[in-house]
Design a protein around this ligand. Structure first.
Ligand code: ADP
Ligand code: ZN
Ligand code: ZN
Length: 743
């Protein structure tokens, strides 16, 4: 007898063990298959973890597997190994991990496979021809089919009147109609990258040499290349070498919708050997692209975060482009980091992992430094110059306090207005960035730049309209909004945030002849809306593109010579220890959009805090200087990556219940911490209201814990995971480790 150990597809921890089933006679089952099994008094879906020939469980207690789902095994053996890593690293169940690895369509709704009618001869062509000697149209059809079956759709297109002839031939039993599976492929925009690889520059070539040199042994790299240094061509050359060795590759981009250029670039070079997977595809497209990869037809996979699980066998390279982007960390349980998954997959397959960025995250760059443990180490490769010797854009900071002193109360400084004027007169294009995030606002003084910060936490406080007060999202402290600036006494103290729409109107007012396009949440609702706006801008249908951070990322428009950051402070003063890092990244990336072709670029950064090091370093495009100061700040203030912030959010319709849950959790946490002798691992513990008190009618409270990331951090997280599993009646609990946003 054959037996299978099955993990039931459920996130319930109580079901997180292996259930044994009988494999019915004649059913081919192996690890990684999805199956349907009887479970209690219902049917459930599950993943086969292993198969074996002997079991201690008495035969009468065992039930047989009902059916196998899908034709080939859903999950590659190497991904089963990856599952073990995820269980350890993210404290999730086997089913939680395996669910990440297959398209959701495969489990729930079941996509319909798309088929097309296929015509074929049911006899030898000579005999068929002799049976309809006096029907030339039918003879023509038979000849068209003599080499093999052809899609009816194609016959109709090439032979006028084909349908009638096919009908006649079917009646005579000469032609049979079958069906052929079609793999749906998503639309890819064309940004004119051409299908030829250029000759690499010396710098690019040496980067490629170093990466391909590691293809035999595997390795982990950080490719730090300034904006416009030509990282994409480096990736492409590396992938060519991977393909030459008969292996496949995965390229991750932060968000497909924002990077149609990158997708088109890889498609132009690798054609049908490439596949795209992301959440905006239709269910059918996604399923079919996954199949093309699983069958080995597509070996270059490009996609967002979840594509790191693509069923590429033993990938030779996994590339994470713009690695600094927050999008690589999953928002749902299991909260995996695609960069960590990429690294583990490459370790398992002996592949090369490349993290690429012009503005690497502090945590990643820190891993290139000496004394990092080998399993965390990244080898640094630098591309310090733009491809083809183009200069970096010239960047200026404008102090908006001085503008106000000169009587200019508008959104644009004199300098930016003049630069826009020149740019439009020269027939070039401009991009204006309004880096606003969400509805989060802070209060600052327009006369002196003072920002209200929390005394305890050194992050700016957030304005809450409903209580007309300022609150600290880290410690919960609250205080009234000042009437006058505490520093200079000015009445020009207000909350920040000019929107994209206002900026668009202002450009139109100042330059009535300019054609302006806007890219923000409002204008990008449709499926292909991002790509359509970017394609139109590239074709020159507008001179000015106004947008949120959406426009700052990875784009390559040769005609853009001016980039303006309208209010650079907006992200600088978010209540988040990462605000300097994010601001530096955003401004450096935005600046990098200017002057990428023949004409030199110019960048203007408007700000009320011109001395902030994030802005100073961005204006000089000096990553190294920024890294040094930021790493020091993190060390001094005990912020990640030196520490971790972990919290459990309790939500309930009953405000007292969620408050009590957080308090009880705090007591229980402290008790268990003591029991495990882990107190010294923890810096601070705080139970209280969550920064956003109510969401969708539910009151929210949190247990917020800051821990040292070295030592036994996992021990503390395990205690919190256990607490998360036992919320009181009527209260939901969610654990977050280093959450992207503390809201
Ligand atoms: P990055 O991602 O590093 O900012 P890109 O990969 O977008 O830079 O490349 C910047 C520009 O330089 C692109 O327009 C690209 O086509 C061009 N480019 C890169 N490498 C070469 C090369 N070797 N020869 C010619 N053009 C190149
Ligand atoms: Zn002031
Ligand atoms: Zn505080």
């Amino acid at each position: 007898m054959r037996y299978a150990g099955v993990a039931i597809d459920s996130s319930a921890r109580a079901l997180d063990r292996m259930f044994t089933y009988l494999v019915p006679e004649g059913m081919e089952i192996s690890a990684g298959d999805m199956v349907r099994v009887p479970f209690g008094n219902r049917e459930a879906e599950g993943f086969v973890l292993e198969t074996f020939d002997e079991t201690d469980i008495p035969g009468e207690k065992l039930k047989p597997i009902s059916a196998k789902i899908g034709r080939q095994s859903a999950i590659l053996p190497e991904l089963m190994e990856l599952m073990e890593f995820m269980k350890r690293r993210y404290l999730c169940t086997a089913a939680d991990a395996l669910r990440c690895m297959i398209p959701p369509q495969m489990r729930l709704s079941r996509v319909k496979e798309k088929t097309q009618a296929l015509a074929g001869l049911s006899m030898e062509p000579e005999r068929a021809l002799s049976l309809c000697a006096r029907a030339p149209k039918q003879q023509q059809l038979i000849r068209a089919l003599s080499g093999g079956s052809v899609l009816v759709k194609d016959l109709s297109r090439e032979i006028p009147g084909a349908e009638a002839a096919i009908r006649a031939l079917r009646e005579k039993g000469i032609v049979e109609i079958g069906s052929d599976r079609v793999l749906r492929q998503p639309r890819i925009s064309d940004f004119g990258h051409g299908d030829k690889d250029p000759v690499l520059t010396t710098l690019q070539q040496s980067a490629v040499d170093e990466l391909t040199g590691a293809l035999d042994t595997g390795g982990s790299f950080l490719l730090y290349g300034v904006t416009g240094s030509g990282k994409t061509e480096v990736y492409i050359k590396l992938i060519r070498e991977v393909l030459r060795r008969g292996r496949g590759a995965i390229i991750l981009v932060p968000e497909i919708a924002l990077t149609p250029q990158t997708v088109s670039w890889f498609h132009a070079r690798f054609g049908d050997l490439s596949a795209v997977i992301h959440s905006r595809l239709s269910a059918g497209e996604r399923y079919d692209e996954w199949e093309r990869i699983r069958l080995g037809q597509a070996r270059v996979v490009i996609g967002a975060r979840s594509a790191v699980f693509a069923p590429v066998e033993r990938p030779g390279a996994i590339i994470v482009d713009e690695e600094h982007e927050g999008a690589y960390i999953s928002e749902k349980h299991p909260r995996y980091d695609a960069r960590e998954i990429a690294r583990e997959r490459c370790r398992l397959s002996g592949g090369v992992m490349v993290l690429g960025s012009a503005t690497p995250s502090i945590a990643s760059f820190m891993r290139t430094q000496p004394r990092v443990r080998p399993e965390n180490r990244l080898t640094l490769i630098e591309l310090g110059q733009r491809a083809l010797g183009r200069p970096m854009p010239e960047c200026e900071i404008v102090d908006m306090r001085e503008e106000l002193a000169k009587g200019n109360k508008g959104i644009f400084s004199a300098k930016l207005t003049n630069a826009l004027k020149t740019c439009l007169e020269d027939g070039k294009q401009a991009m204006l960035l309004i880096n606003r995030r969400g509805h989060s606002t802070f209060v600052s003084c327009r006369a002196c730049g003072y920002v209200v910060k929390c005394d305890a936490c050194d992050v700016s406080m957030t304005f809450h309209l409903n209580e007309n007060a300022l609150r600290c999202h880290y410690c919960g402290a609250s205080r009234p909004v000042p009437e006058v600036c505490p520093k200079c006494g000015s009445h020009f103290i207000k909350y920040f945030g000019a929107g994209t729409q206002k900026v668009e109107e202002e450009v139109k007012r100042l330059f009535p002849q300019a054609r302006v396009m806007r890219m923000d949440m409002d204008t990008t609702q449709g499926k292909d809306a991002h790509a359509e706006i970017l394609e139109a801008f590239r074709r020159g249908e507008a001179n000015v593109l106004v947008g949120t951070q959406m426009i700052a990322k990875g784009l390559d428009f040769p005609n853009v010579t001016l980039v303006g950051a309208v209010a650079a402070d907006t992200t600088l003063n978010l209540p988040d220890y990462r605000s300097a890092e994010r601001t530096f990244q955003l401004l450096t990336q935005a600046a990098g959009r200017a002057g990428r072709a023949d004409s030199p670029g110019r960048v203007i950064i408007q700000t009320y805090t011109p001395d902030a090091y994030a802005l100073q370093c961005a204006s000089k495009q000096d990553y190294t200087a920024f890294y040094r100061q930021e790493a020091e700040y993190r060390r001094r203030s005990l912020y990640p990556p030196f520490t971790m912030i972990v919290r459990i959010v309790y939500a309930s319709g009953d405000e007292r219940a969620s408050a009590q849950a957080a308090l009880d959790a705090q007591n229980e946490f402290s008790r268990r911490l003591k029991e495990a002798c882990l107190q010294r691992q923890v810096l601070s513990v705080h139970a209280g209201e969550a920064p956003i008190k109510r969401i969708k009618g539910l009151s929210r409270h949190q247990l917020l814990v800051k821990i040292y990331s070295t030592g036994n951090a996992n021990g503390v997280i395990e205690i919190m995971t256990a607490l998360e599993q036992q919320p009181p009646e009527g209260v939901s609990a969610e654990l977050e480790i280093d959450p992207a946003n503390l809201f």
